[in-house]
Design a protein around this ligand. Sequence first.
Ligand code: HEC
Ligand code: HEC
Ligand code: HEC
Ligand code: HEC
Ligand code: HEC
Ligand code: HEC
Ligand code: HEC
Ligand code: HEC
Ligand code: HEC
Ligand code: HEC
Ligand code: HEC
Ligand code: HEC
Ligand code: HEC
Length: 329
Amino acid sequence: MCLFLVALTGYGQSPHGDDFVMDCAKCHTSDDWSFNAEMSSFRHDSTNFALRGRHEQLDCRSCHQSLEFKKAESTCISCHGDLHQQTVGFDCARCHNTLTWVVENITQMHEQVSFPLLGAHLSVDCYECHKSETNLRFDPISPECISCHKNDYEGAKIPDHVAQGFPVDCSLCHSQTQTGWSGETILHSFFPLVGGHQISDCSICHTTSVYADISPDCIICHIDDYNNAKNPDHTLFPKQCNLCHGLNPGWMPASYSDHDSSFPIYSGNHKGEWNNCTDCHTISGDFTSFSCIDCHEHNNPGSLAKEHDEVGGYQYVSTACLGCHPKGD
Ligand code: HEC
Ligand code: HEC
Ligand code: HEC
Ligand code: HEC
Ligand code: HEC
Ligand code: HEC
Ligand code: HEC
Ligand code: HEC
Ligand code: HEC
Ligand code: HEC
Ligand code: HEC
Ligand code: HEC
Ligand code: HEC
């Protein structure tokens, strides 16, 4: 104890800076000024920088050369050189931790930049895509397919992509989960080839040699189906089949969801209360006419007559019903 005091006064000054207020005995014994981790009651977790991973095993001086502890900065880049030469930003902890520099979240990293490594790309070497002066530079590269696959596009002959003017966004037709360019599902995502359109022979729809020369309007290809539809008769239906139809084979089921913007039948009081269009449109094929009174009877108990006792202008006529109850409520 005595020795300790002597030493302290003898040295005169602490190397830890004038404003360092921590009790010397927390880290030093009376023997000498060395630091002994086992003897010390100091815990680095009490600072703003917890020591984890490799940092736990380091000598204090490897981070605190000056021994003025508070001068150490806590951002990774203040101690570790940026080997990436500013190609990935300064937030090293986005990809690294203090255990090792090996990066484990490469999959996630590519998802975050909207370029997930799928299909064929899973087995491609990093540096076939990241071509920089050093393997640690990750200079911006375009994620557009064409920027790396221009030669494939120009070389594609069956079908001839250049001559046909195929879009250069390959992913419209070639799925990223595929491992090659041929022999797998063609997406055609601008007009999905699903349901009744799952047709592998392109020429069934593309009847001319110019692929782009085609309209997506249903009626252009399905005019005969429309004219021949008898149950129900379609003559008065809008010609946008997709108002009521999906792409299911056989055109079933159909539902006219747009109907609700005039008279709600898939929502409101009439939802689930009818089975066929003809419950209201009682004259077959005529959708301009409708009946309310086939269901809403006049004289049964709780009758309409009673409901309308006090309603001036009440008439037992369907068009009048709609006039006063335009949404069926
Ligand atoms: C949080 C722990 C801690 C506290 C508290 C602490 N020191 Fe130190 N001190 C160290 C470490 C670590 C070293 C470097 C020892 C080594 O390299 O072996 C050191 C070294 C020293 C040295 C030797 C310097 C040299 O150049 O070798 C002196 C003198 C010293 N401390 C004085 C003090 C005094 C005086 C106090 C109280 C005001 C104090 N220390 C408080 C951790 C501490
Ligand atoms: C991997 C680097 C690293 C190592 C190893 C390390 N430190 Fe630190 N230490 C830091 C950083 C960074 C800070 C600054 C935190 C902050 O921003 O306040 C710090 C802060 C401190 C502080 C608080 C300073 C203050 O006044 O706020 C003390 C005391 C300290 N360290 C002591 C030690 C001692 C003793 C050891 C050895 C057992 C040690 N450190 C090992 C990086 C390290
Ligand atoms: C105050 C300085 C300091 C700070 C801040 C710091 N480190 Fe360190 N770190 C070191 C020192 C010194 C070493 C040991 C020498 C070396 O390997 O470079 C080290 C070692 C490492 C190692 C082990 C390297 C190996 O080859 O074993 C990793 C990984 C690491 N640090 C990651 C980080 C990360 C990530 C951050 C930010 C969250 C960070 N460090 C912040 C000083 C620091
Ligand atoms: C976007 C992710 C990302 C960021 C941010 C990032 N790195 Fe890296 N870093 C990598 C990848 C990927 C590697 C290659 C490691 C591998 O193949 O596992 C690497 C490797 C390293 C290595 C090891 C080099 C070697 O020779 O093995 C060090 C050191 C390193 N990075 C330091 C840093 C520092 C310092 C920062 C902050 C300035 C940083 N990194 C930021 C992704 C990143
Ligand atoms: C098929 C091509 C391809 C392969 C293979 C590939 N990458 Fe990438 N990588 C990209 C693209 C594209 C980006 C997005 C670049 C951009 O936005 O500038 C990217 C981004 C990155 C970034 C930056 C991420 C960020 O957040 O800034 C790093 C680091 C990276 N890749 C490392 C790797 C490593 C390591 C491997 C091998 C394990 C790898 N990449 C394999 C294409 C690839
Ligand atoms: C940053 C460069 C890069 C980008 C961007 C890129 N690729 Fe690749 N891709 C490669 C490399 C490198 C290979 C492996 C070498 C090769 O086969 O061309 C590859 C391979 C492929 C293969 C396998 C080819 C084969 O012959 O087996 C397909 C399919 C593929 N990529 C599709 C795509 C699609 C679709 C996109 C756009 C969503 C895309 N790629 C974007 C670099 C890229
Ligand atoms: C409009 C749809 C469409 C687009 C867009 C498209 N492709 Fe294709 N591609 C096809 C079809 C269909 C095939 C024939 C598939 C088969 O044979 O199984 C094909 C086949 C290929 C082939 C093999 C051709 C051969 O001669 O063997 C390559 C290579 C190819 N595409 C590359 C590309 C690249 C690169 C892009 C983007 C720059 C692209 N494709 C965009 C539809 C498309
Ligand atoms: C069920 C009918 C149908 C089939 C089968 C079909 N397509 Fe198409 N395709 C269309 C329609 C409709 C469009 C127009 C889409 C639009 O303009 O929104 C179109 C457009 C295209 C375009 C022009 C895209 C553009 O943006 O310039 C290409 C190229 C094309 N199809 C290629 C193919 C290839 C290759 C196949 C065979 C794998 C195929 N299509 C099979 C109906 C079909
Ligand atoms: C206003 C809604 C609506 C529109 C628009 C519509 N349909 Fe229909 N379609 C139906 C209903 C309802 C059915 C009967 C479905 C059921 O019984 O489940 C049907 C049935 C059919 C049937 C089978 C009829 C039968 O007689 O077997 C064909 C074919 C058909 N639609 C073709 C078309 C075509 C082609 C178009 C566009 C040009 C079209 N539809 C537009 C509502 C519509
Ligand atoms: C470029 C021509 C083309 C266009 C545009 C087109 N189709 Fe088709 N569609 C076909 C061909 C070809 C078939 C398969 C032969 C057939 O059943 O008529 C088919 C089949 C269908 C089938 C299955 C019919 C069955 O009998 O099983 C439905 C449902 C269908 N299409 C709905 C639509 C709808 C809805 C639209 C508008 C969004 C549309 N189609 C636009 C060409 C086209
Ligand atoms: C609960 C009664 C009810 C049912 C069920 C019903 N509708 Fe209607 N529908 C009406 C009423 C009321 C109108 C008139 C709306 C208006 O003019 O505001 C109407 C209007 C229409 C029109 C517009 C006619 C015009 O003026 O051009 C079409 C088309 C139509 N419905 C088709 C259908 C189809 C298809 C079904 C079966 C899927 C169906 N409706 C089922 C009550 C019904
Ligand atoms: C298929 C039979 C049927 C047809 C046709 C029908 N309705 Fe209804 N309606 C019902 C049923 C069932 C209810 C719900 C039962 C109830 O709550 O009283 C209902 C509820 C109503 C209500 C609300 C009653 C309440 O309690 O709030 C009104 C208003 C109404 N319908 C008006 C009409 C009008 C206007 C028409 C003609 C355009 C019509 N309905 C055609 C069966 C029908
Ligand atoms: C001149 C306007 C008018 C006409 C025409 C009319 N209603 Fe009404 N209806 C009303 C009023 C107002 C009420 C009372 C509303 C209330 O109590 O919220 C009512 C109440 C009802 C109710 C009971 C609603 C409830 O909340 O219990 C039904 C069902 C109904 N009407 C159906 C019909 C039918 C079916 C027709 C055609 C035969 C019709 N209405 C004709 C104005 C009219």
